[in-house]
Design a protein around this ligand. Structure first.
Ligand code: C5P
Length: 242
């Protein structure tokens, strides 16, 4: 059993750890997230390895710079062949629009399939104290929705957001919008450094299209069992009824 909506975060330094986990998980997991920890140490080799094994890839490098630099960086990353790339919505409308437009134009020019481009709204680790420390007066949820709408207006395909905010985003941005939610914890699992969390079932019921799960699977004693139990929960009638 597999479920393309489950994305397992490969938060490792070494390619050997990746190979061991991907091998252990086998057909149960078809989508993986490569973040900065892994990409900065291994580079394109990990993307090639995952593609050779028929896996989908979310390359989670969260670009945040001036519009021209982000657009150029994304065009370079597109050549690696990941399915999803991302940038920080905090870079603003012009940065997001320039990035989305350049990626579309470059994919057309090269006659390759364009990866989906999504924006990070507010990191799921940010709690109320962090939020206030950043000087924000507004409610965090309102800001998340505002950034999601801005990303949609700029031509992005979706956002990364906390499962707790997925519902408000779905209501504001409509059905045709990816909502990728980290901060997913099965009942009873360790929260670690996440703050705004939900169970897999809650995240889907709130409108998430993809769930990113790291430590509850990759640090489990039996990762395959942990993945299958999450997939089972994602497909339980309780979730489908919602
Ligand atoms: O181990 P855990 O399930 O907390 O891993 C979550 C993954 O999702 C990590 O790779 C983290 O970098 C990523 N992420 C996140 N919050 C975001 C965007 C990505 O936790 N807003």
């Amino acid at each position: 059993m597999t479920d393309n909506r489950l994305i397992v975060a490969l938060d490792f330094h070494h390619i050997d750890d990746v190979k061991r986990l991907v091998n252990d998980l086998g057909d149960s997991v078809s989508y993986y997230k490569v973040g900065m920890e892994l990409f900065y140490s291994v580079g394109a080799e990990v993307v090639d390895f995952l593609k050779d094994n028929g896996k989908n890839i979310f390359l989670d490098l969260k670009l945040h710079d001036i519009p021209n630099t982000v657009a150029g960086g994304l065009c370079s990353l597109m050549n690696l062949g990941a399915n999803i790339l991302n940038i920080h919505a905090g870079g603003g409308y012009t940065m997001m629009k320039t990035a989305a437009d350049r990626l579309k134009a470059e994919a057309k020019l090269l006659k390759i399939e364009r990866p989906k481009l999504i924006a990070v709204t507010v990191l799921t680790s940010i709690n109320q104290e962090d939020w206030e420390g950043l000087g924000y007066q507004s409610q965090m949820k309102g800001q998340v929705v505002r950034l999601a709408k801005l990303a949609q207006k700029a031509g992005l395909d979706g956002v990364v957001a906390s499962p707790q905010e997925a519902k408000a985003i779905r209501e504001s941005c409509g059905d045709d919008f990816l909502i990728v939610t980290p901060g997913v914890r099965p009942a009873g699992a360790a929260i670690n450094d996440q703050s705004r969390i939900a169970t897999p079932a809650q995240a889907l019921a709130n409108g998430a299209t993809h769930l990113v799960v790291g430590r509850p699977i990759i640090a489990a004693e039996n990762p395959k069992e942990a993945a299958l139990s999450i997939i089972k929960e994602m497909n339980s009638p309780h979730v489908l009824d919602k």
